[in-house]
Design a protein around this ligand. Structure first.
Ligand SMILES: *Cc1c(COP(=O)(O)O)cnc(C)c1O
Length: 417
């Protein structure tokens, strides 16, 4: 359930007609529902009631400060993958000791920044990274809290671009090498081994792969304990899927029960890094129909949002439901819904059955709250969109639409020209 619903054939976000927001802010734009965001975060958190845990929202799914700040106020931690996300997280009010840092390619300046701020832990993804973290911590006279990200080699049964926990993926240290990695880490002077981490992929719609990974990690915790390496934090990553079309992912309670069943009485603090499941269905992209045309073999609906605004359809072959903001009862046609960009890959939907639309009609691209705005770009010098947050019968701009001046900011024409 989310708070994008029709009343009298008109799409609302909570108590605000989407049309009213568009009148004020224009299109294209992202709209987020505060009530949905809050409900999703709480549902996830409450599913683990009584469990020693920290839910660290995965910032990369949606880094808008308004959203980060909301989850911080609800008591969450943050999962980051860059120095930039650390900066945003601190700005949004997260205590640094609630921040975990994942990513295969942490730069030295980013590692130093995180060490200075005193984050909860580094999820280290290679032996060379481990060495660098140790060196930098030594130079800064710190002890770096570390978990090793293990690649358990389980198939998450998702799109290949968002699977991360198989041997062919670049993430983590493979399970056979992980014990050795821990033994090395335990001997490093400036490293404090505190955790074990994995993240097997995204948009996972069954509990099986999570359980498979957890069995492997649980065994590993025992093996580590036998070597006097004590794991305090077990980070299970994110990856829980959502319904875009007809998927039936486990709800947070089902997911939590599956985890609890396997974890048993293992004495660790659990860390979760959910992204999509919290924000995905809490946001929509609203776009306007610019033109329609037919090539004889195909109908096209050309809208004012393109792949630079929402890249998921073209990057992941992802399905997003597209709904009219005002339901017209028109007959359905089959059309490609495409953007204004000069690429054949610039589409929001292909061969989609959709109510016949007119020029100027508004369309809502549903389930766009995760990996939407954050993956947007200025390609074709298109302005980055506005983001709006709705709360009850009010709404507020959470990010201003860019202006032309923003496009050339920082660009310099060299003197020799
Ligand atoms: C992207 C990512 C997540 C969040 O994944 P979702 O599928 O959005 O839940 C969590 N942890 C890590 C390390 C990630 O890279």
């Amino acid at each position: 359930m989310n708070h994008f619903i029709y009343r009298d054939k008109e799409l609302y976000c909570e108590n605000v007609p989407v049309r009213n927001i568009v009148q004020k802010i224009g299109t294209p734009l992202y709209i987020y529902s505060h009530a949905t965001l809050k409900r999703h975060f709480k549902a996830f958190n409450d599913a683990f009631k009584g469990v020693n845990k920290l839910v660290c929202f995965s910032a990369k799914a949606n880094t808008n400060l308004a959203i980060l700040s909301l989850f911080s106020k609800l008591g969450g931690g943050l999962d980051i993958v860059s120095g930039g996300e650390l900066y945003r997280g601190l700005k949004a009010g997260y205590a640094s000791n609630k921040i975990v840092y994942s990513g295969v390619g942490k730069r030295i300046d980013e590692i130093d920044y995180a060490l200075k701020m005193g984050i909860l832990m580094f999820n280290v993804e290679s032996m060379e990274e481990l060495e660098i973290v140790d060196q930098r911590a030594g130079l800064l006279k710190k002890k770096a809290p570390v978990a090793i990200r293990v690649n358990p080699d389980v198939d998450p049964k998702t799109h290949p671009y968002i699977s991360t926990g198989m041997k062919k993926n670049k993430f983590g240290i493979n399970i056979e090498a992980a014990m050795e990695a821990y033994k090395v880490a335990a001997k490093l002077k400036n490293i404090k081994v505190i955790g074990l981490d994995c993240h097997i992929g995204s948009q996972i719609t069954q509990t099986g792969p999570f359980k498979d990974a957890l069995y492997i990690l649980k065994t590993m915790i025992k093996d580590l304990a036998a070597c006097k390496i004590n794991i305090k934090y077990l980070d299970l990553g994110g990856g829980l899927g959502i319904t875009y079309n007809d998927e039936e992912p486990p709800d947070p309670v089902e997911y939590a029960n599956a985890i609890k069943e396997v974890i048993g009485d293992t004495k660790v603090k659990l860390i979760f890094e959910p992204g999509r499941v919290i924000v995905g269905n809490a946001g929509i992209l609203v776009t306007k129909v610019l033109y329609r045309k037919s090539t004889g073999v195909k109908e096209f609906i050309i809208v004012d949002a393109g792949m630079n605004d929402l890249v998921r359809p073209t990057l992941y072959e992802a399905f997003h439901a597209i709904k009219p903001v005002v339901d017209s009862d028109n007959e359905e046609i089959k059309a490609d819904i495409v953007g204004p960009i000069c690429e054949s890959g610039d589409f929001l939907a292909l061969d989609r059955n959709i109510q016949k639309v007119e020029q100027g009609d508004l369309l809502a691209v549903m389930s766009s709250g995760a990996y939407g705005f954050v993956m947007s770009s200025n390609y074709c010098s298109r302005l980055k969109l506005a983001e709006v947050m709705v709360n009850g019968d009010k709404f507020q701009v959470a990010r201003k639409r860019q202006k032309y001046e923003d496009l050339t900011r920082g660009e310099i024409i060299p003197d020799f020209l």
